[in-house]
Design a binder for this molecule. Sequence first.
Ligand SMILES: [Zn+2]
Ligand SMILES: [Zn+2]
Length: 132
Amino acid sequence: MADIHSGGCLCAAVRFKTHGVLRELIFCHCSQCRKQTGLYYAATNVLDRDLELQGAEDVTWYRSSESARRGFCRQCGSALFWKSDGGEYTSIMAGAFETPTDLEPGYHIFCADKGDFYDIDDGLPKFDAGRT
Ligand SMILES: [Zn+2]
Ligand SMILES: [Zn+2]
């Protein structure tokens, strides 16, 4: 079983391939994720060595905090990646994967910061801030 998943941005300037089983999805409702995505962030992550990136020159890395950056396509604006400084993992937005994704929902974080225009009622674990 190869367990390869592929995906990319809306305009296809940026494409990626991952190797191995993908982690369950984390849904982040913090204000940064809300602003960047328009709703909330759903992401898996992979070890950098298991991520093949095509079109890396079209990824703009926005420094969103002192310890992390967010990667998006500079052509079409698709939010794609999140990466902490010095980390060996890259988070990848669930919506960027081609279907079937095989992705499983995990849990919600930063629920205290979520937008006031939706409810979280899917029965998954919820955390007010990061996972405790
Ligand atoms: Zn694009
Ligand atoms: Zn967030």
